[in-house]
Write a protein that binds this ligand. Structure first.
Ligand code: 13P
Ligand code: SF4
Length: 357
């Protein structure tokens, strides 16, 4: 029986449950006023902004300018853990705020919008996942960072896109059988790279699964010297055409370091801010997100990441709303799986991890 058949129902998010991507439009005068106010509030409250690469450029610029941090999900967690700040404003999606709280129970964690979730997290309900793990007790449980605290609490290891291949290789060296959740495309990619014995949960990222192989091939034909850089959450038809498959940090590094002028990038469009900043002389092209068979035209930008904005950061700093809490028993167990990864990657900053090479 396939995994899909053994599970109770489909874990793909129905179209009607996906919010529309809506980026707040803001005039220059309001941007300047908010930037000034937030900068003062951060200093007064001993707070820092930690933003993911997919969030609004305004937030990324402000995080960089105020001693905060912009990065991938693993390095956001590591920065928050190492920071002396009393409050972390996590601009990203729900699981990033939860991970920050689990690693820093003594810190106040605020998020601009508590509805900022992730289709991978939503598509892996903790009860169903626990039942699936219980049915396969001889498997090591490895979950992607994009999961709830309760799912991490059921896992032996948490991994990120930049560390997944290394961790699975490590487990395979001792012949361990693995349950992988929730991203099936990342799971397939890791399985092929490591030849591991893996049961793969059928979740997807609604942004990355919209990238289309046939359209990418046509685009490559029009740009024959362009290098293709893909996030491992993209489908196999994209991975097969990629010159590099890597985490967000790895993609940015590749654009600066690869000996090429032109790149086709298959990941959330939010990353183009850092790509352009890091390599202003390079030609950057967004990979196509729909072909004739597509049921909708995806915009290639995560609707939940887009919920973060300057206005909302100012609001939570003013009111203290949207604090993240994780039940202590769940936090304790989830921390073990997260800490395993932090210890495993301890001597490997983002620039050195295999997935980022
Ligand atoms: P990274 O770990 O590469 O930042 O990816 C997180 C994510 O949500 C990708 O969609
Ligand atoms: Fe989740 Fe995809 Fe959005 Fe990343 S881009 S937060 S994986 S829905």
């Amino acid at each position: 029986m396939s995994i899909e058949a053994s599970l109770k129902h489909s874990y793909s998010l129905p179209r009607e449950q996906i919010p529309a991507t809506s980026v707040e439009q803001i005039e220059d005068a309001e941007r300047a006023a908010l930037t000034e106010k937030i900068t003062a509030q951060l200093a007064q409250q001993n707070a820092v902004l930690i933003a993911h690469y997919y969030t609004d450029p305004d937030l990324q610029i402000l995080a960089d300018a105020t001693g905060g941090y912009v990065s991938d999900s693993l390095d956001m967690a590591r920065f928050g853990h190492a920071s002396d700040a009393k409050t972390l404003i996590v601009c990203g999606v729900r699981f990033m705020g939860e991970t920050a709280k689990i690693l820093n129970p003594e810190k106040r964690i605020l998020m601009p919008d508590l509805d900022a979730n992730c289709s991978l997290d939503i598509g892996c309900p903790a009860d169903d996942f626990a039942a699936f793990c219980d049915a396969h007790p001889d498997h090591v449980v490895v979950v992607y960072a994009n999961t709830s605290a309760a799912v991490k609490a059921r896992a032996d290891w948490m991994v990120t896109s930049g560390s997944a291949v290394d961790v699975i290789q490590h487990l395979t060296a001792t012949d361990q059988k693995i349950i992988w959740a929730p991203d099936k495309y990342l799971g397939d990619y890791v399985q092929k790279a490591t030849a591991a014995d893996m049961l793969i949960w059928p979740g997807t990222c609604i942004v990355h699964e919209e990238f289309k192989g046939r359209e990418l091939a046509a685009l490559r034909a029009r740009h024959p010297v362009a290098k293709v850089l893909a996030h491992p959450e993209t489908p196999a038809t994209i991975i097969a055409q990629a010159d590099l498959v890597s985490s967000t940090t790895g993609i940015i590094k590749a654009v600066t370091e690869m000996n090429a002028k032109e790149f086709i990038v298959a990941t959330d469009k939010g990353i183009f801010h850092k790509l352009q900043e890091a390599a202003p002389d390079k030609i950057l092209i967004a990979a196509p997100t729909a072909d004739k068979s597509a049921t909708c035209i995806s915009c290639g930008h995560c609707p939940w990441m887009a919920m973060n904005s300057l206005r909302k950061v100012c609001q939570v700093l003013t009111t203290g709303d949207n604090e993240i809490f994780v039940a202590p028993d769940i936090a304790l167990r989830a921390r073990r799986s997260i800490q395993r990864l932090l210890d495993f990657t301890h001597d490997k900053p983002a620039s050195k991890r295999a997935g980022d090479a």
